[in-house]
Design a protein around this ligand. Sequence first.
Ligand code: BG6
Length: 522
Amino acid sequence: MVVHATSDSGAAATPRPGFNPLREATDRRLPRIAGPCAMVLFGVTGDLSRKKLLPAIYDLANRGLLPPGFSLIGFARRDWTVEQFTGEVYDAVRAHARTEFKDEVWRQLAEGFRFVSGSFSDADAFRRLKETVDAVEAERGIAGNVAFYLSVPPSAFPQVCGQLAEFGLAKPPEGSWRRVIIEKPFGHDLASAQELDTVVSSAFNPDSVFRIDHYLGKETVQNILALRFANEMFEPIWNNNFIDHVQITMAEDIGIGGRAGYYDGIGAARDVIQNHLLQLMALTAMEEPVVFDAAALRAEKVKILSAVRLPEDLAAATARGQYAAGWQGGVPVVGYLEEDGIPADSHTETYAALRLEVDTRRWAGTPFYLRTGKRLGRRVTEVAVVFKPAPHLPFSRMAQSQDSRNAIVIRVQPDEGVTIRFGAKVPGTALEVRDVSMDFGYGNSFTEASPEAYERLILDVLLGDPPLFPQRDEVELSWRILDPVEEFWAGLGAPEPYQAGSWGPDSGKAMLARDGRVWRRP
Ligand code: BG6
């Protein structure tokens, strides 16, 4: 982790031209600019590249965070010239970049574009990739530093890593670095995750492997650490004495779109609980790391993931569903089984919910409920820490529903912020209490827009800054938690259907009702 100190040395000096004391005194965020380097992007024609990665690279360039000689080398099967590749990147940037388009920034960035056409099995293509990297080294001074972004299905990892190793691309020349970025899914169970890791680490040093869980790149997710550890008022009540339970929700209103090939057979739990939701849970539950660096963070997350216990009765502690036709935003939508490319008898779940226990002194007896689903009521991700009811009330409360318990709700997205819910006296009554909320919203408190998760994560890879990337043991522990659930579900029939646009199957509600609780209605 690079820590930038701001200078407080009060020495009197002549102000430099353009020095604005007010701005400089308050703006303590010195930019972190990547040193000389190049990025090779495999899977450059995919959806993720077009919608997220290429726009994020432009946004970083626009924010002045890429080195002047930065080079982006696309690798794909298409028979493109570099001009055609540049045109594709241009379209992606114009359609999806977060920041304003500036000709000058684009021109400078595009000068570093290169393209290598070939398949992953084609040794000759990797020879040309090596020549391209060498040429870029000579022309643009990338100092031998190259990040390889594998935005490709995991089944392609062995071939790509093998070719990179074969052509000496994975091994850094003296004094430089070579890094590899891999996207989830990191396998589909523990055994396959271990195999993948063996493959990747046979080519790259383990410290050079950056696993992307894009939720960790979100400002609101990093804010969980700030909320918990930069403040004194939450920590004393952040435990099972005061917290009744925690609900972590990642609801999406979209269906599977054009991702049938990826999603079917994977399902909601493998797609997002194994990674995003268990990471959110670990950040919410973990002890304070000694410092904000990768090793200290990992150590605390690993302690929590190792302490997670699945209840014995998985029929009672889990729920799954599959969306049926319904309405979303006033338009009719088809059910999962009618989506293009989905077999009519698919048992893949599009909704999954779990109750997890954490066997530690801080959390014993306080369950964590995780739920996710496609085609739910609306798009919302939140961590809701729900407190126990007051032990005694000397007056009446107007709203007695569980939804109105004291709660701290970390609103990950959209409408990013934090809500604190508590009871207040209703004006004009003798002493009636009703629930109100106190809100922090990013839009109101900060003037600058939050960067996209991929901007932060790509920059961190180029800087070699690993705290926001899950490590191998976190991934493996997460599969250890999920594997028994998947095995249990595999022995059941079809998941329970739920209407698109609803809040999921009845079994999801019943799962909480059995514990005398209800899901929050975000
Ligand atoms: C991805 C999942 O990891 O996260 C998708 O594979 C999901 O299924 C996506 O739609 C959601 O990301 P975000 O940032 O829009 O919440």
